[in-house]
Design a protein. Structure first.
Length: 276
């Protein structure tokens, strides 16, 4: 018999932000491994009668190994539930190595990450035309977990695009200093999300020059994601997407001549600017 381990992205917190597929796996699983310190209990509330729920908050990989062995020997389905998306800071790669060694089958179900939930909560687009077309996901170097030497917040900041920073709240002063040193202007907009989509969620806006002060004022040391970049600015956009511009021709739509002439003459302009 061969068991199966499914890595399930639980999303940022709220029980209804898990995917339909992820919820189905949890409902069908014989063993559910989840961390109560990170995953909302509502995520695993749909476990079937008799399913074994294992809290991994204090467990090491070696502590979990016997569960995988039993799943292999008894042909069981294991839902390995991870906060957010398992592909981002999920420590799943090492588990796959162990699972391969044990001879289990495995697959993954993606989840909504905190950066995406924070953007939705604050009604911002992370990739604004002609402002920011890239997203950098990273963490502040110099902490307990070593970072590759070429991956630094200061180096990434030099691109001036949208950045989402995880696992960096405890060293918010250094984070602010490195972002500024990398080239972001002091007035660059920031969004700070604590426990995004949880009942005690806190969402804040500030300028980069006030980032550390804002986080210290609200005592945000963990469970916090920071978004930074020009695309996060409030107010009407100065530019818009080509894709939905009536003057832009593509495979499924012909360009309107008058709009096409305006697009060629002025480039894209914000919707409100075009109405003036």
């Amino acid at each position: 018999m061969t068991g199966t381990v499914v890595f399930v992205g639980a999303g940022p917190g709220a029980a209804d932000l898990i995917t339909v597929r992820g919820a189905r796996v949890i409902a069908e699983a014989d063993i559910i491994i989840w961390a109560s310190s990170l995953v909302h209990p509502g995520i695993v509330a749909g476990a079937k009668p008799g399913a074994e729920l294992v809290d991994s908050a204090s467990a090491s990989l070696e502590d979990i190994e016997p569960l995988y062995r039993r799943a292999r020997d008894e042909g069981l389905l294991v839902a390995r539930v991870h906060t957010g998306d398992p592909a981002i800071y999920g420590a799943t790669a090492e588990q796959r190595d162990l699972i391969r060694q044990l001879g289990l089958e495995f697959e993954s179900v993606p989840g909504v990450s905190a950066y995406s939930a924070a953007a939705a909560r604050m009604e911002v687009e992370l990739t604004v035309p002609e402002v920011s077309q890239s997203l950098i996901l990273t963490r502040l170097e110099g902490g307990r977990t070593p970072m590759p030497p070429r991956e630094t917040v200061r180096g990434f900041a030099a691109h001036g695009t949208t950045m989402a920073l995880y696992l960096s709240a405890a060293r918010n002063k250094v984070l602010q200093e490195e972002l500024l040193a990398g080239g972001y202007p002091p007035e660059t907009p920031c969004i700070v999300g604590y426990q995004v989509s949880w009942p005690d969620e806190l969402m804040l806006r500030c300028e980069l020059k006030d980032l550390s002060e804002t986080m210290r004022e609200h005592k945000l040391w963990k469970h916090t994601v920071v978004l930074v970049g020009p695309a996060l600015a409030e107010g009407p956009l100065a530019t818009r997407s080509h894709l939905y511009h009536p003057g832009f021709r593509h495979e499924y739509r012909a360009a309107e001549p008058e709009a096409q002439a305006d697009l060629r003459a002025h480039g894209t302009r914000g919707v409100l600017e075009e109405d003036r």
